[in-house]
Design a protein around this ligand. Structure first.
Ligand SMILES: [Fe+2]
Length: 205
């Protein structure tokens, strides 16, 4: 089990962050146990109200999510198996109209490859099981191929955060489904795009 954290900026560059157990400067972890979804949600709401900068928000949110996952060993059991035809499945743990947070458990069938896309929202993905390759892309001039600017394979226990304009593509590696915990802020749907590797022109996603 790895405890490495990663962060992907709006330029799609992926950087390693200090593992939580070495990050002396990390915000104090909540001591509440059990730390259930509703407590995570209220702490997240407090952070979003107090902090407007998405990078700072994510720095404060990471330890909360790690604590939540530590307190939720049965979370794996709530992950849906991937749909055999579609290749993936989603269970929403939380999604409420007019509240800027979505929490999902997601599964991908081995070998599945996603589109190249941004999320137009800050995001956090924690790998619960399986092995997920993240490829990072940058658009070039219209009509030119996309440029792959990085790649990072994530193992169970690793956690990655995304800025809203980060562009990535995932592939489920290995023999087992990839199961992940996904948290997203408010989506700007008119800014959410997908791409093909051969063409930097964006399509609504
Ligand atoms: Fe994504």
């Amino acid at each position: 089990m790895s405890y490495q954290d990663w962060h992907v900026g709006n330029d799609s560059q992926c950087h390693p962050l200090f593992p939580p157990d070495q990050a002396d400067a990390a915000p104090e972890k909540p001591q509440v146990s059990p730390y259930r979804v509703y407590r995570l949600l209220t702490d997240l709401e407090d952070i979003l109200r107090a902090e407007a900068d998405n990078t700072q928000r994510l720095a404060q949110i990471r330890p909360l999510v790690r604590h939540f996952l530590d307190e939720s060993p049965l979370m794996l059991l709530q992950c849906p198996p991937p749909d055999p035809d579609r290749g993936w499945a989603v269970t929403k743990l939380y999604d409420e109209a007019d509240f800027p947070l979505t929490i999902q458990l997601v599964s991908w069938k081995p070998g599945m490859v996603s589109s190249i896309h941004n999320h137009a929202a800050w995001g956090l993905v924690a790998i619960l099981d399986g092995e997920e390759c993240n490829r990072f892309w940058q658009p070039q001039a219209e009509g030119e191929p996309m440029a792959q600017v990085g790649e990072q394979t994530l193992q169970p226990g690793e956690l990655i955060t995304f800025m809203p304009d980060a562009i990535h593509q995932i592939e489920a590696l290995g023999p087992d489904p990839v199961l992940s915990f996904n948290l997203y802020g408010e989506t700007q749907y008119d800014q959410r795009f997908e791409y093909t590797a051969a063409d930097s022109r964006s399509q609504p996603f």
